[in-house]
Each structure stands twice: as structure tokens, then as C-alpha cells.
Write a protein that binds this ligand. Structure first.
Ligand code: 6PG
Length: 475
């Protein structure tokens, strides 16, 4: 028989993520309680028959079982459900208790909930949790933001539960109010870009170079053993080796090409547009998932515009190394765009983010963990206020060495009619970023021409307007 006030941690939402995280917490020696309104899920939790985990179908009993101040984490779908659960929780919690939202909530919702709960006298932490089901069980990366004092109470538990890299837990206080969910959203935006880059690489290997599943597997395996090492390449390698019994082809060949999305990538693009911060590799990755859904139109168009070129000429032996360079370059560009967005958001929202800490906790446990995050971490350790990663000396050095590779891959693919929008966007972003003078002076003139929107002149103060049609008409 369990006593009341005994459990150190409560979880609301006993889906696989919630249940796995609870088991992880119990593994670290904490007594835990889980609540779900599905009796099946509560039963599954109790069927684990672990002495230190108790499942509840009654919210009051769940709350009673928790030590004070209560720590209650929600892992429920983002949106209205989170508000509903909070409303129910407020009926059974006491002032001073801590509520953690561990789902993928939109940062503006977290901002609102943070203020509302603070006003009412509760502590609220909006926390991004990354790593999927396996991460939850074995050690996720966690991005808490909001009430710092409350975080300090929860930190000893979270630090034990997180993944560890070189002895450091992959959890750290991110910053004020909605900082945790903003950082997690950008993590997901980068995740979209990396996944798109990997799928474009697959396109080149499969439809350009006519590689078999085994050969594609071998390329990803080799890359994953070098500087491109990452969780996403790790799982991609395995996907190309996975066959159903009796099948000769890898399962991936039988999967529909219409990619689903829960929306965090789109949110990243929307937030970036609102902040006037360009993140084009992430944007195009969101758009390509959307385009994948226009199957009927694509099938029709494929008949009208067949690509008869889709075969690379015989390539140099080191072509896969050139492709690796292109991937490296674009990967750097994707992370750099995401980190720039964090820099901008920090200025605008006064989150008090530390970009080095973010890179540090992304090195393990999360979906975008990769060897390159060590370089990002080092860059921000050198210069905490670095506005853009392209301006770091060591990253500059590495980018310069890989430009030839990305130019070859993009130009070859363009000539062959192979779509690699994330690669080419990463390159164009770079080419424009390093332009002291963009052609946007013409846009200024056009705006002034048709709308009298005025323009600025180089080296002169003030704004100017010209009656273009009358003054400069060329006959
Ligand atoms: C993570 C992931 C996770 C996300 C899935 C699905 O960090 O563990 O980002 O939070 O929900 O990857 O995302 P999409 O459905 O948008 O692809």
C-alpha cells in the first residue's frame, strides 16, 4: 500500500512518450505517479509492475500522491488539450506547485500560460523535449524555459533523466517565459532541413547515380563514421537495410512519398518571417513536404514534362566525396540559419538565451544531435554574442573548403533536372549572405516608381522620391 505525498514526480498523459519518460525517471530512483483519462493506458502502466510507479485514473488521488511542492509534467498533444488539462489540474493542485508542459506547444501559447499561471500563484515551465520514444526512455534532450526558481527545484531530476555527453546532462535552463518552446521549435525547423537534405541526397544517389539500396546504405554508413556523424544519418543508414521478410527491396521503396508534418517546421518559418530573419533552407523543407501532398498534380505533370535526362554521366571516382562536401556545406547552412533565428528571437523577446548552452544540450539525446554541434558549441564558447555562425573563423574555414563540392552537386543536378531545393537554397543563401552589395537597390527603385515608397541613397542622409516616368523615360 502506497502512502500519500510519496511520489516525487507526476506525469499527465501516458502515451508512449509519457510512459517511457516516467520509467526513465523511476530508473533514476524516484517514486513516480502517472495519470491518464484512458483506463487502458493507466492499466498498461500498472502492468509494468514497478514498485516505484503508480498509475491513476483519478486526478485527485494522483495529486494527493505527490510530494509538495508537486511537480506535474504534461505530455499531451499541443493546443486546446493543454489548456483543458491545466484547468483540471488547478482544481487539485496547491499554490506554489509546479506545472511542466513537455509537449510541442506553440511558444505564444506558452507565453500566455506562463503569465496566467504566474498571476494565479503557480509555477509554470514550458519545456521542449526531444528524442522521440527512445530518447524519453533512455535520455532525451530537454529545453526548459519560464520560471527559473521552479526549474531549480526540478533540475536534479531532469539532469539525471537527460542524456549525457562528456559527463554533461543534455538539459539546461533556456531562458525567460516561452524560451524553452521557442528553442524546441527551432530545433524542429533544423530537423526538417536536415531530413530534406538527406532525402535529396537519396534522390541523387537513387535516381541520378542509379545506386541500389545496399549502395545507398553504404554511403550513409560511411558518412556517419566521419564528420557528418548524426542521429538522422544513423537511422537513415538503417532504413536502407530494412527489408520485410521475403522482399528483395528495402521497405522504404514501398512507402508513400506524401510526408506528414505536425506543424513545428511551419511554425519556425512563420516565426522567422515575423522576425524578418531569413531561414530559407528550413522554409523550402516545409514547402517540399507540402508539395509532396499534391500527388495527383505531380503525376499529371510528370507525364507532360517527362525528365528524360535523369541519368548522370559517368562520374569521377570521388563523386561521393564531392556529394559529402555538398551535404556538409548545406548542413552547416541549415544549423546557421536556425541559430541566427535564435539570436534574433533573443533580441526581440528578451529571452536571455545562451546559444552555447543550446548547442551543448543538443549534442545528445535530441533528433538533430550530430558531431557538428560540437563545432557550434565551440564557436559560441569563443564568442557568446556571435550573431551568425558563418562569421566564426573555424566555420568560415570549413565552409570555404566545401564550396567547390556544393557548386558541382547543385549545377549537375540542375542540368539533369533533379530537384534538390534544400541544397541549392543553402548555396544561394550563402552566396547572397556573402554579398556586400545585393541587387535589392533595384527593388527599392521599383517600389518608389509604382508606389512612391521612397528610397535611401548611398552615402546620403534621408529618404528620396523620384517621379520616374517623367524624369527618366528612355524613348
Ligand atoms: C523530437 C521531434 C518530435 C516531433 C517529431 C515529428 O525532437 O523528438 O522533433 O518532437 O514531434 O519529429 O515532427 P513532424 O510531425 O512535424 O515531422
Amino acid at each position: 500500500m502506497k502512502l500519500d505525498n510519496e511520489n516525487a514526480f507526476g506525469m499527465i498523459g501516458l502515451g508512449t512518450m509519457g510512459s517511457n519518460l516516467l520509467q526513465n525517471i523511476a530508473d533514476k530512483g524516484y517514486h513516480c505517479a502517472g495519470y491518464d483519462n484512458s483506463t487502458d493506458k493507466v492499466e498498461s502502466l500498472n502492468n509494468l509492475k514497478r514498485d516505484t510507479i503508480q498509475g491513476f485514473s483519478d486526478l485527485k488521488a494522483f495529486a494527493r500522491s505527490l510530494k509538495s511542492p508537486r511537480i506535474v509534467m504534461m505530455l499531451v498533444p499541443a493546443g486546446k488539450i493543454v489548456d483543458d488539462v491545466i484547468d483540471e489540474l488547478l482544481q487539485v493542485l496547491d499554490l506554489g506547485d509546479i506545472i511542466i508542459d513537455g509537449g510541442n506547444s506553440h511558444f505564444t501559447d506558452t507565453e500566455r500560460r506562463n503569465l496566467a499561471l504566474k498571476d494565479k500563484g503557480y509555477h509554470f515551465i514550458g519545456m521542449g523535449v526531444s528524442g522521440g520514444e527512445e530518447g524519453a526512455r533512455k535520455g532525451p534532450s530537454m529545453m526548459p524555459g519560464g520560471d527559473k526558481k521552479a526549474y531549480e527545484i526540478v533540475a536534479p531530476i531532469l539532469s539525471k533523466v537527460a542524456a549525457h555527453v562528456n559527463g554533461d546532462a543534455t538539459v539546461s535552463y533556456m531562458g525567460e517565459r516561452s524560451a524553452g518552446h521557442f528553442v524546441k521549435m527551432v530545433h524542429n525547423g533544423i530537423e526538417y532541413a536536415l531530413m530534406q537534405l538527406i532525402s535529396e541526397t537519396y534522390e541523387i544517389l537513387k535516381n541520378g547515380l542509379k545506386y541500389s539500396d545496399v549502395e545507398i546504405h553504404d554511403v550513409f554508413k560511411k558518412w556517419n563514421e566521419g564528420r557528418l556523424q548524426s542521429y538522422l544519418l544513423d537511422i537513415t543508414r538503417d532504413i536502407f537495410a530494412y527489408k520485410l521478410e521475403g522482399k528483395t527491396d528495402a521497405l522504404v521503396n514501398d512507402i508513400s512519398d506524401q510526408a506528414k508534418a505536425k506543424g513545428t517546421g511551419k511554425w519556425t518559418s512563420q516565426a522567422a518571417m515575423d522576425l524578418n530573419c531569413p531561414i530559407p533552407t528550413i522554409d523550402i523543407s516545409v514547402s517540399m513536404r507540402d508539395l509532396s501532398h499534391y500527388k495527383e498534380l505531380r503525376v499529371k505533370a510528370s507525364k507532360m514534362y517527362p525528365n528524360n535526362n535523369l541519368q548522370y554521366d559517368a562520374k569521377a571516382e570521388d563523386y561521393i566525396d564531392v556529394l559529402e562536401q555538398a551535404f556538409y556545406f548545406s548542413m552547416v547552412s541549415a544549423y546557421a540559419q536556425g541559430m541566427h533565428l535564435l539570436f534574433k528571437a533573443n533580441e526581440e523577446f528578451k529571452y536571455d538565451l545562451n546559444l552555447d548552452l543550446i548547442a551543448k544540450i543538443w549534442r545528445g539525446g535530441c533528433i538533430i544531435r550530430s558531431a557538428f554541434l560540437e563545432d557550434i558549441f565551440t564557436a559560441y564558447q569563443k564568442e557568446a554574442k556571435l550573431e551568425h555562425l558563418f562569421l566564426d573563423d573555424s566555420i568560415h574555414n570549413n565552409l570555404t573548403k566545401n564550396i567547390a563540392g556544393i557548386r558541382t552537386i547543385v549545377s549537375d543536378a540542375v542540368l539533369q533536372g533533379i530537384a534538390i531545393p534544400a541544397f541549392s537554397t543553402s548555396l544561394s543563401y550563402f552566396d547572397n549572405f556573402r554579398c556586400a552589395s545585393m541587387p535589392t537597390n533595384l527593388i527599392q527603385a521599383q517600389r518608389d516608381y509604382f508606389g512612391a515608397h521612397t528610397y535611401e541613397l548611398i552615402g546620403k542622409q534621408g529618404v528620396f522620391h523620384t517621379i520616374w516616368e517623367i524624369e527618366n523615360k528612355v524613348e
